[in-house]
Design a protein around this ligand. Structure first.
Ligand SMILES: C[S@@+](CC[C@H](N)C(=O)[O-])C[C@H]1O[C@@H](n2cnc3c(N)ncnc32)[C@H](O)[C@@H]1O
Length: 204
């Protein structure tokens, strides 16, 4: 059996020590909460590519439950240690959503800085559409088109960011309505600044 590479193994323990990363995800979380309405009593969110839970932690106080999906055992271990302080129910799935059938549906799917690791993004949008309740929402943040300098190591990257128009078109093609996309943050690295967009949309 082939074992999937855990590209984040070395990073997981130091992942949250970089202020540029924590500040970026803080901006993304705030932007999501400004744009979408959640209900503490009922809302069930999926955080796709949840990593150590930087985004999950921010959204948790406003929802009933978060299901996290991430293929990295080491990132999941760091998130698991935070479970008691989260402030909402947590269910963690260590799987690739593209090759595993999920039996649940969600009120909202959120994601931060993960989709550039996914090869077929159009297929991902179709999967998200299927996994949402009627009127369910998406809030997906990632890198705007960049020159390939954002990652200095091999982290399993398929896209050097995205063209916003193309990204929004993939969402619309999958059936999402009220699609908006705008820059909500900048990831500042010593060698450059990288704009980060947030796309929101709604299932019909
Ligand atoms: C850059 S990290 C982002 C983590 C977190 N969302 C944040 O903003 O801090 C990307 C995460 O996506 C996960 N990932 C990559 N490919 C994935 C896939 N096919 N399915 C689920 N998670 C994946 C990685 O394991 C990693 O934890």
């Amino acid at each position: 059996m082939q074992t999937k590479t855990d590209y984040f193994h070395a990073k997981s323990k130091i992942y949250e020590t970089e202020a540029t990363r924590t500040n970026n995800v803080k901006n993304i979380g705030e932007a999501i909460l400004e744009r979408l309405t959640y209900d503490k009593a009922t809302t069930h969110v999926m955080d796709f590519g949840s990593g150590t839970g930087l985004l999950t932690e921010q959204i948790a106080p406003y929802v009933r439950k978060i299901t996290t999906i991430d293929t990295s055992p080491s990132m999941n271990e760091t998130l698991r240690a935070k479970e008691k302080q989260l402030g909402c129910e947590l269910s963690m799935l260590e799987l690739d959503v593209m090759s595993n059938e999920l039996n649940e549906t969600f009120d909202s799917i959120i994601s931060s800085m993960t989709i550039h690791h996914i090869e077929d993004v159009q297929a991902l949008f179709h999967t998200f559409y299927r996994l949402l309740h009627s009127k369910g929402t998406i809030a997906l943040a990632d890198l705007d088109k960049e020159d390939g300098t954002f990652h200095k190591e091999d982290m399993g990257v398929f896209h050097f960011g995205f063209d916003q128009e193309e990204f929004a078109m993939w969402a619309q093609k999958a059936g999402f309505e009220d699609v908006t996309i705008e820059i909500v943050s900048t990831a500042k690295k010593p060698y450059g600044e990288y704009p980060i967009f947030l796309l929101t949309g709604r299932k019909s």
